[in-house]
Design a protein around this ligand. Structure first.
Ligand code: 13P
Ligand code: SF4
Length: 304
């Protein structure tokens, strides 16, 4: 089937099924193009929670579709590629949190949404890269456990007066970003601003002009008069940055910034998932109820 024909069929099927297609900012260009809404982890969770559509097709990775299923329990949530996981989310389990709690009684467990439902269920509150510092500083307790990303954890620790205990997980994609590569991109483009995602290692963040979530990058670029930007996050972000800012130049900070899991979903997978209405994400009712408390607490934290 030709790509244009496939896209038409996807649109027609989505309308017939009353389905909302959500795509993370790291998805392939053609998936972002056909989605109803693209966004970062926070934005997509909010869309899932508020949609009136009966079906949510989540083009992203497993933990994101799980969050949608928890926030919209009366909806059917489909993930076109059930094998699209997140290695960072797999670096902690529920038992790991229980151990941390035993080591630091009284500390609040703040868990990045890049985690399984079972891990969220053991947590007090969730956060995303867009709201992590705000979430931690909204708490009245003086001590927090930050799970699972050590880079986001250190980034938060530098921006709060709370005592922080940081889990040793990381995103293999952002971890591959190399200081030498960033410095040579900066040397080649001395007028460029360097934007980095908080999942990058501290040595990379130290070189950044601005640190923010994926959607934060779109907003930031629109408000700046500079013409060139070096981008320190997954390559999929370039699609919208270039489309929305035709007069500006975007250079990826490293040549290995590709998340294999985020790139799994193809148009054919999306089409098949709408055709068969599968695979559906289900979360155990008890785990979902407890994870929802942590997600709802995050969503209730006011914006600055
Ligand atoms: P955000 O979309 O929250 O910036 O997260 C990046 C990410 O790694 C998602 O997997
Ligand atoms: Fe997980 Fe990193 Fe891929 Fe995001 S980019 S899904 S954190 S491996």
């Amino acid at each position: 089937m030709r790509e244009s024909e496939l896209k038409e069929k996807i649109r027609a099927l989505a309308a017939e099924r009353n389905a909302l297609i959500l795509a993370h900012n790291y998805q392939r260009d053609e998936i972002q193009e056909i989605a109803d809404i693209t966004g970062d982890s926070l934005g997509l969770s909010q869309e899932a929670a508020r949609t009136e559509r009966q079906v949510i097709v989540f083009c992203g990775v497993h933990f994101m579709a799980e969050s949608a299923a928890i926030l919209a329990p009366q909806k059917q949530v489909i993930i076109p590629r059930a094998d699209a996981g997140c290695p960072m989310a797999d670096m902690v389990d529920a038992e790991g949190i229980k151990q941390m709690r035993r080591q630091h009684p009284g500390a609040v467990v703040v868990t990045y949404v890049n985690s399984s439902a079972a891990v969220k269920a053991e947590s007090d509150i969730c956060c995303t890269s867009a709201n992590a510092v705000r979430v931690v500083n909204s708490l009245s307790e003086p001590e927090v456990i930050l799970i699972p990303d050590r880079n986001l954890g250190r980034y938060i620790a530098e921006r709060t007066s709370k005592i922080c205990h940081v889990w040793d997980g990381y995103c293999p994609t952002h971890e591959r970003l190399d200081v030498i590569e960033v410095l040579s991109a900066k040397a080649a483009h001395p007028d460029a601003l360097f934007l980095a995602h908080p999942e990058c290692p501290p040595a990379i963040l130290a070189l950044a002009d601005h640190i923010c979530s994926t959607s934060g990058m779109y907003e930031y670029v629109q408000g700046r008069s500079e013409r060139t930007f070096i981008i320190g996050t997954e390559a999929g972000i370039l699609y919208r940055l270039r489309r929305e800012n035709p007069g500006k130049t975007f250079i990826l900070a490293g040549h290995r910034l590709i998340c294999p899991n985020m790139k799994l979903t193809s148009l054919e997978d999306l089409y098949q998932s709408l055709l068969t209405m599968s695979p559906t994400i289900t979360v155990d009712a008890d785990i979902a109820a407890r994870a929802r408390i942590a997600l709802d607490r995050m969503l209730a934290v006011p914006r600055d």
